[in-house]
Write a protein that binds this ligand. Structure first.
Ligand code: 13P
Length: 250
């Protein structure tokens, strides 16, 4: 399985900053080992500038943080999958913790978006993860089961497995410096794999499961080597090309 190193820039960077960071990242990651690829996920306004910064470098892709599940129409402020593909973006996130918990997106809507994005030709990364109070209440399995079953409810069973990835991002580890330990990551990723296998059967083994939450240059190698960890989704430490290149080379 090709490991995916994804940079979620969230609401950071102007066009000029994005282009410069992408250029620096490509240069600093020239020794990208085989079996790895890199995805940069800037704000919508910087997608084209990020593409320009990547400058056609192989194994570097761009993706979007969000989209609306319709082809076009009266949806003020929203962006369609076709508009993203038009910029050269090939991936998109759905269900990111900040969309769920800051912007109020519910499981059913996340599911609608995931299926729509895939049907429209995007590779989709469905993000899931429990809040600290859910973990403390022993609800990890329950939360992941609900988010994954509803998030994938409308995805056809014969979906190309490489087109769908899951990202396990425990909410308590996002932006806090609190990284989940190896045992916690292993436990969650096994659970995710089992759920994917229940839904899709054997092809689920070809679906990537990423870990996200306070991934840094000094913990990336350990995390990426764990069973069922097929990549990482990085926030804060992806903003500087120097830090993120140390993660993709870890
Ligand atoms: P941090 O790496 O800043 O914890 O963010 C994780 C994240 O939300 C990536 O999508």
């Amino acid at each position: 399985m090709i490991k995916l190193f994804a940079a979620n820039w969230k609401m950071h960077k102007t066009q000029a900053e994005a282009k410069q960071t992408a250029e620096d990242l490509v240069r600093l990651s020239a020794a990208l080992p085989p079996g790895r690829e890199v995805l940069v996920i800037p704000p919508f306004t910087a997608l084209s500038a990020t593409m320009a910064g990547i400058g056609g470098a192989g194994r570097f892709h761009t993706g979007a943080q969000n989209f609306y599940p319709a082809t076009h129409g009266a949806f003020t402020g929203e962006i369609s999958p076709a508009m993203l593909l038009d910029t050269g973006a090939t991936f998109a996130l759905t269900g990111h913790s900040e969309r769920r918990h800051v912007l109020g997106e519910l499981d059913a809507f996340v599911g609608q978006k995931t299926a729509f994005g895939l049907a429209a030709g995007l590779k989709v990364i469905l993000c899931v993860g429990e809040k600290i109070e859910e973990r403390k209440a022993g609800q990890l399995a329950e939360v992941l089961t609900r988010q994954i079953r509803l998030g994938l409810a409308d995805v056809p069973k014969d979906v190309v497995p490489e087109d769908i990835s899951l990202a396990y991002e425990p909410v308590w580890a996002i932006g806090t410096g609190l990284v989940a330990g190896p045992a916690e990551i292993l436990e969650a990723h096994v659970l995710v794999r089992k759920l994917l296998e229940e839904i899709f059967g054997a092809p689920a083994r070809r679906m990537r499961i990423l870990y996200g939450g306070s991934v840094k240059p000094d913990n990336a190698a350990e995390i990426i080597a764990l069973d069922n960890v097929d990549g990482v989704l990085v926030g804060g430490a992806s903003l500087k090309a120097d830090d993120f290149s140390r993660i993709v080379l870890a």
